[in-house]
Design a protein around this ligand. Structure first.
Ligand code: PMP
Length: 394
């Protein structure tokens, strides 16, 4: 019997030897930016709750109201009996946002962003006549979706390589797939140039806006609006558990593509619909994001980001760490080796600051890093505390 487990145990030991073991910490309080972990309050620089909405009183009240009205479970998949007026209302709002950039867009909600990307790539790419062109830094869920799809796959590192691949392709259905904001780096994809290539080579452009939705663009409407794009070739995916503060995801696109996904895409068909109460709360979240409160929170994030980058620049230069340019509240500090990143993260942790070390396979070998994320509820003094802790931590 034990031999059955030995192989796994041995591989776990190998991971441990490479400083690749990850640990779950048990929180005893809500998220960002302060959280009680193991009985101690830590200041988080690792949550994706960028706007600080996850414990916003209006959203808590909306979720309670939603549960009182709809109960706590949907009971079935969307196509059976799980699709409610609450889901419809949320999809209508998201479609309205999407129409900034995609004429006549329709939206579809899903339980998680991971599933949305599986749905998107298997739904649109599971055809032998299709070719997927996927950016090298794309999120794991896009990579896994591409693995599941029957389409041919090409990975590109830059626009020139993509152009060559598109020119060489004979596939009638071409799908360019990119994160809008690269989740471990914080910079924006060249969306305008990608759309120009999509137009030139008659491709669709699929954009995962997990980290731009709510944060970038006029009224927080996301990366496509931020980049001023408009085309029916755009397919916009976003997550609702990050800046929107709740859970779930959506895909918005031309109505024909959405109907196709609804009819054929297995991750939307064969799963229980998310609780309608979440959709109910999300309608309130969208209103907060587009309203004055969202503007104020985005302005605050901009101030905090400028303060962080100004403070980090001399520290990174003195230590030989890399500080890549970021367009968002995600700021990586690339340390290099796994052990060094872990040690730095542990020293910050000892001072009450949670900044996890991100290691391979999430990022390429030799680029282990601290991924610092900001929340609109951080205070200027707390950024100074992080900077001071980094200075003291060598
Ligand atoms: N895409 C990107 C770029 C992400 O960063 C994430 C979450 N880490 C996802 C998709 C998956 O979203 P979710 O957490 O809602 O499953």
């Amino acid at each position: 019997m034990s031999a059955l487990f030995d192989r796994y145990a041995q591989q776990l030991a190998e991971r441990a030897a490479q400083d690749l073991i990850r640990v779950r910490r048990v929180a005893a309080s809500p998220t960002a930016p302060r959280q009680v972990i193991d009985g101690v309050e830590k200041l988080l620089f690792c949550s994706n709750d960028y706007l600080g909405l996850a414990d916003h009183p209006e959203l808590i009240a909306a979720l309670q109201e939603g549960a009182a009205r709809w109960g706590v479970g949907s009971g079935a998949s969307h196509l059976i009996s799980g699709h409610s007026q609450a889901h419809e209302a949320l999809e209508a709002q998201l479609a309205r946002w999407a129409r900034d950039c995609i004429p006549d867009a329709r939206a579809l909600t899903l339980c998680t962003g991971y599933m949305a990307n599986l749905a998107l790539l298997t739904g649109l790419g599971d055809r032998e006549d299709a070719e997927l062109f996927s950016e090298r830094l794309n999120h794991a869920s896009l990579i896994d979706g591409a693995r599941l799809a029957r389409a041919r796959k090409s990975i590109y590192a830059d626009l020139d390589q993509l152009e060559g691949q598109l020119r060489a392709s004979t596939a009638p259905t071409k799908l360019i797939v990119t994160d809008a904001v690269f989740s471990m780096d914080g910079h924006l994809a060249p969306l305008r140039e990608l759309l120009a290539l999509a137009e030139r080579f008659d491709a669709l452009l699929l954009v995962d806006d997990a980290h731009g939705f709510g944060v970038l663009g006029p009224h927080g409407h996301g990366s496509l609006a931020h980049s001023g794009l408009r085309s029916e070739r755009l397919v916009w995916m976003g997550t609702l558990g990050k800046a929107a503060g709740v859970a779930g995801a959506f895909i918005a696109a031309h109505p024909t593509l959405i109907e196709w996904l609804l009819q054929t895409s297995r991750p939307t068909i064969f799963t229980t619909a998310s609780p309608p109460a979440l959709a109910h709360a999300l309608v309130t979240s969208l209103a907060l994001i587009e309203g004055e409160e969202g503007e104020r929170r985005r302005d605050q994030l901009d101030l905090l980001r400028a303060q962080l980058v100004d403070g980090l620049a001399p520290i990174a230069a003195a230590r030989g760490w890399q500080l890549p340019r970021s367009d968002t509240p995600i700021q990586p500090l690339i340390v290099g080796e796994n052990a060094a990143a872990l040690a730095l993260s542990a020293r910050l942790d000892a001072q009450g600051l949670r900044v996890p070390a991100i290691r391979p396979p999430t990022v390429p070998a030799g680029t282990a890093r601290l991924r610092i994320t900001l929340c609109a509820d951080h205070e200027a003094q707390e950024i100074d505390d992080l900077l001071a802790a980094l200075v003291a931590s060598t």
